[in-house]
Ligand binder design. Structure first.
Ligand code: HEM
Ligand code: HEM
Length: 346
């Protein structure tokens, strides 16, 4: 009996060992490219976090009075019930104007090295000032935003608490700082892939592991890597083969508009692929609705690789493991306007 048990034990060890060793090898390769998403926000340059600032930032994020019309908040286009996007091809802003690009998610965006598809803002503080003023987004002015907030006593009090020691804390700069502080808390940790990276070899299925292996071997991970599985570098859309105008409209030359350097034509920020299953439609043009199609286009455009349907399926299975725990947000109740609050413009 004992001998039987021993033989059985050795046999199952021999059978399981190659799988275990293969998984260990996959994990150590993955650790060279990726890092698990931290559960806590990182320290922000020149913007120390405190609970009042985060709460204020949340209120501002949800407050449509940051827009000229009092209809559009950050949450309109970066809907936190929808993984921080608006699920539109390109966003609609002030007076139903259609913007030129797809809205990227705000989730985990604090870990991107630059903001916007073309990286024209260096951090979330600089970024937040853009949409408030953009005529196709919130179409407001810094002066009007400050006048609006100063007309509401509860806001003035909260700015005081969030920016202690400042003489005149209700400023446009501090609006951006508070929003940045709130955005830094919008993290989606503990996805199956994060659990795998932390050493739980059973966090991914066999198919998802195959997808991860392909993602590294085919070369996707050369661009989509780091904490955000992207968000850390720029690359031309169409390194090997430029997609057609239906996917890459010729009018938007990406980073070229920022640097005016010919080699930056059609160069875009490599986007983070975290929560990618939730942030359709895809690409800066928002022209591609299926993740399978997006993966297959990446294969031919970026790698010159004709991925088989099976390879695409496996890679997509892996990409779905990048969906993490969505932030749970208690909807802020916003203080009412007063007689001094500028009226909506529409
Ligand atoms: C880009 C935050 C309002 C549409 C971004 C990004 C962030 C952000 C962090 C960059 C993400 C990345 O590059 O990974 C905010 C905040 C807002 C706000 C804090 C409120 C103050 C809006 C509104 C709209 C909008 C109201 C729609 C009308 C977009 C679009 C982009 C973008 C289309 C991409 C633009 C480009 O790359 O050129 N936003 N957003 N955002 N947002 Fe917003
Ligand atoms: C966009 C996956 C290879 C650079 C995307 C998107 C996905 C994806 C799903 C859409 C993201 C979104 O809309 O939010 C993959 C896969 C790859 C791969 C599965 C391997 C088969 C690469 C490589 C590079 C790269 C090798 C760099 C040379 C980019 C860029 C974009 C992008 C620049 C943004 C394109 C745009 O909209 O302008 N990738 N990618 N990707 N990827 Fe990849």
């Amino acid at each position: 009996r004992l001998l039987n048990l021993l033989v059985l034990g050795i046999l199952s060890f021999c059978l399981a060992f190659p799988v275990w060793a293969g998984d260990q090898d996959l994990l150590s390769r993955a650790r060279r490219y990726f890092e698990p998403l931290p559960e806590k926000p990182p320290a922000l340059k020149g913007n120390p976090l405190n609970p009042y600032k985060i709460e204020l930032g949340k209120m501002l994020y949800f407050d449509p009075r940051l827009s000229a019309s009092h209809l559009i908040s950050c949450n309109t286009c970066h809907n936190l019930s929808l993984a921080g996007v608006d699920i539109q091809e390109t966003s609609t802003g002030h007076m139903w104007q259609r913007g030129p690009r797809n809205a990227p998610t705000v989730l985990n965006s604090v870990f991107n090295t630059a903001q916007f598809w073309d990286g024209r803002a260096k951090d979330l503080e600089e970024q937040a000032k853009g949409p408030v003023q953009a005529s196709v987004e919130m179409s407001n002015t810094p002066e009007r935003v400050v006048a609006t907030l100063k007309s509401i006593p509860e806001y003035v009090e909260l700015f005081r608490k969030a920016f202690p020691g400042e003489k005149d804390p209700v400023t446009f700069d501090n609006v951006a700082k508070a929003i940045e502080a709130f955005e830094a808390t919008l993290l989606t940790p503990n996805s199956p892939f994060d659990r795998f990276l932390k050493g739980d070899l059973r966090a991914l299925t066999a198919e998802e592991k195959e997808g991860l292996r392909l993602f590294m071997e085919k070369g996707c991970a050369n661009c989509h890597n780091g904490i955000n599985v992207g968000g850390g570098m720029y690359a031309p859309f169409g390194v090997v083969e430029r997609p057609g105008a239906d996917i890459l409209p010729p009018g938007d030359k990406g980073r070229f508009a920022v640097t005016k350097t010919a080699s930056d034509e059609y160069v875009f920020k490599v986007p983070s692929l975290r929560n990618i299953a939730l942030t359709y439609p895809y690409f800066h043009s928002g022209k591609v609705w299926s993740l399978e199609d997006a993966v297959s286009i990446m294969g031919s455009a970026q790698l010159g690789a004709d991925l088989s349907p099976e390879e695409v399926r496996k890679i997509v299975a892996f990409l779905k493991t990048l969906t993490g725990k969505q932030p749970e947000i208690v909807l802020p109740i916003l203080p009412p306007s007063t007689d001094r609050t500028p009226r909506p413009i529409l």
